[in-house]
Design a protein around this ligand. Structure first.
Ligand SMILES: NC(=O)c1ccc[n+]([C@@H]2O[C@H](COP(=O)([O-])OP(=O)(O)OC[C@H]3O[C@@H](n4cnc5c(N)ncnc54)[C@H](O)[C@@H]3O)[C@@H](O)[C@H]2O)c1
Length: 338
């Protein structure tokens, strides 16, 4: 397949792109490269193209000749969305709606949008794809809206799918330490203390980033009848953790046992999710667990192979890009910083 990946240089994208290439797919990355592009494999004719552009205004011709679009470009979590609710609406909702329509006009057969389980907000019980969304943030609202707009675009020739990911973790070429497991390992390695968001009782599903990339591949390669217009929660039933318990799991996998350090106000979000549908319909089950990520991240930090630069803290990096100093420099595209 020829796959166009928006946001393909991000945390998830930079794990997905090498996987797609290894399966013989040809990839075009369309990304603002807010976190750079150098961590992706080098461009190679007939294999990988990297295009610096913005999903809000890129040319529709870019989509022509592709078989699938994986739409990952976004301000990519609740705190990043809170920096600027309008930008979140504009990129995560209007931008990705635009991408789906352009893909359909360009006769791309498949379209997959990466949504999030965070749209369940605060709810008791085990939530399925049929549970009502209760979005509490600009980021979560944009995910609800983009699913509502993009899935009804389904036709016999156009197959849109939404995957609602759990919170991701694990090592990726574009590393993020603003994700729970990854941040815990960084804190423990640097200070011997695991930062845990109060009060630790909130439930959240988790998934390794390489399993997330594999799930995308599974959807792209699934029979269209199984995925056309469909939504899948993606994660694993046994990786629904209360954050305090997760911290204990992380602590238990570290070489020297850290202590816990509480921070923040009590989290308003708490949701436990069922992943029965993706298992039943597509046979997808995750292979990795948080201790796998703890070991790989700890080793990379201790060996110095992984440097926790400013860019690995997504929200801080976006704030930096928005600061006046940077506004006039090369990160701006057509005069727009973000
Ligand atoms: N990381 C998680 O825990 C998680 C969980 C659930 C869903 N998701 C979803 O997965 C997707 C990828 O997340 P991620 O963790 O890789 O985030 P990321 O921030 O690492 O990557 C997002 C990428 O999108 C690019 N981008 C942002 N705005 C753009 C625009 N207007 N035009 C073109 N490119 C733009 C950025 O440069 C970046 O490379 C997002 O849609 C996110 O909502 C992520």
């Amino acid at each position: 397949m020829r796959v166009l990946a928006t946001g393909g240089a991000g945390y998830l994208g930079s794990t997905l792109v090498p996987l797609l290439l290894s399966r013989g797919h040809e990839v075009t990355v369309v990304d603002r490269f807010f976190f750079g592009a150098e961590h992706l494999p080098p461009e190679e004719p007939g294999k990988l193209r990297k295009i610096r552009d913005d999903i809000r205004w890129c040319d529709g011709e870019l989509f022509e000749g592709h078989d699938a679009v994986v739409d990952m470009a976004a301000l990519s979590n609740d705190p990043a969305g809170a920096i600027d609710a309008w930008k979140t609406y504009e990129i995560n909702y209007l931008g990705r709606s635009r991408v789906a329509r352009l893909a359909r006009e360009a006769k791309v057969a498949r379209y997959l949008v990466t949504s999030s389980c965070s749209q369940y907000g605060f709810q008791e019980g085990i939530l399925t794809e049929e549970s009502p969304p209760k979005p509490l943030t600009a980021y979560a609202r944009a995910n609800v809206l983009v699913e509502k707009d993009n899935l009804p675009l389904a036709t016999p020739e156009f197959c849109p799918t939404a995957v609602r990911f759990s919170t991701l973790y694990g090592l990726s070429p574009r590393m993020r330490f603003d994700l729970a497991v990854n941040g815990m390992v960084l804190g423990a390695t640097r200070t011997g203390k695991i930062p845990v968001m109060r009060d630790g009782k909130q439930w959240r599903p988790f998934l390794h980033v390489r399993d997330a990339a594999r799930a995308i591949l599974t959807v792209l390669e699934a029979p269209v009848e199984k995925v056309r217009g469909a939504v899948f929660n993606v994660g694993s039933d046994d990786q629904n953790y209360q954050v305090g318990t997760l911290a204990d799991v992380v602590a238990g996998a570290m070489r020297s046992p850290p202590t816990l350090e509480w921070y923040g106000d009590v989290d308003a979000r708490s949701y436990r999710v069922s992943f029965e549908k993706v298992r039943r319909e597509l046979g997808f089950t995750p292979e990795l667990r948080p201790p796998d990520a703890v070991r790989e991240i700890e080793s990379a930090l201790v060996s110095g192979a992984l440097q926790p630069t400013e860019k690995t803290m997504t929200v801080e990096w976006y704030r930096h890009l928005l600061s006046n100093d940077v506004a006039s420099q090369s990160v701006a595209l057509r005069g727009v910083v973000l």
